[in-house]
Design a protein around this ligand. Sequence first.
Ligand code: OAD
Length: 253
Amino acid sequence: MIPAPLIETLRSARNVMVFTGAGVSAESGIPTFRDSLTGLWERFDAASLATPEAFRADPALVWGWYEWRRMNVLQAQPNPAHRAIAELARHVPRLTLVSQNVDDLQERAGSAEVIHLHGSLHQPRCFTCGKIPEEPLSMPDEPEGGRRVQPPQCAVCDGQLRPGVVWFGESLPLDQLNAAFAAAELCDVLISVGTSGLVYPAAEVPGLAWRAGATVVHVNPQAGTSHGEREYALAGPAGEKLPELIQQAFGRS
Ligand code: OAD
């Protein structure tokens, strides 16, 4: 049951912000990071895979792991949560979509502009000179996780390509972070979907919006029941709760 005041607030909102984490892609079969048993950081050691030091120590191990993740994404399809976000953009005057995810499922569901705070699996760059290759990456060869794969060479400096994601210890892309913070301060409603809210500075976004006066909605099977003024928890999978919210606010498009 979606609370009636939330539906009214969403209907009259002019600036809506959607802030997504790994949970929005969970129903597409993409593992989250911190869910028990299935989360990536439950099964793999972040320090040996997601840091510049790890890449320096064993580039083929790190590249191979990200190639396995990229292949999982390429084989996955957008789910009803991704599609609901794209649909919401058609109902409200302005929608800003900010994601911590490195997949492209939101774009493939029809969201035109996605601010990726943690980079992308699909846009590598040179570890040495930073150049982004003009050619897109080809389809990964092997479906196994944990296989070593030598990273391709940079066409400019012969350095090695690295995954285009933000690693632990690295800064977030400043333009994207500033755009996210600016949107959070401007929005009337922020819908936070499928994030544990544990990784900063991205995790500051919902609180920033709330302090600036926005109504904040958390969509998550783990969403708590207690919530304060202007804050709602829709407890359940995003692929059910988001279509329900949009259907109740705007009907079917
Ligand atoms: P987490 O794995 O920390 O959290 C995923 C959240 O999604 C949890 O709160 C789950 O309860 C929720 N969830 C699971 N299934 C869901 C579903 N079907 N619908 C809605 N929610 C669901 O992932 P993030 O918060 O995205 O950083 O993690 C933040 C960052 O930590 C990631 O961007 C990544 C990671 O280290 C980098 O790669 C830099």
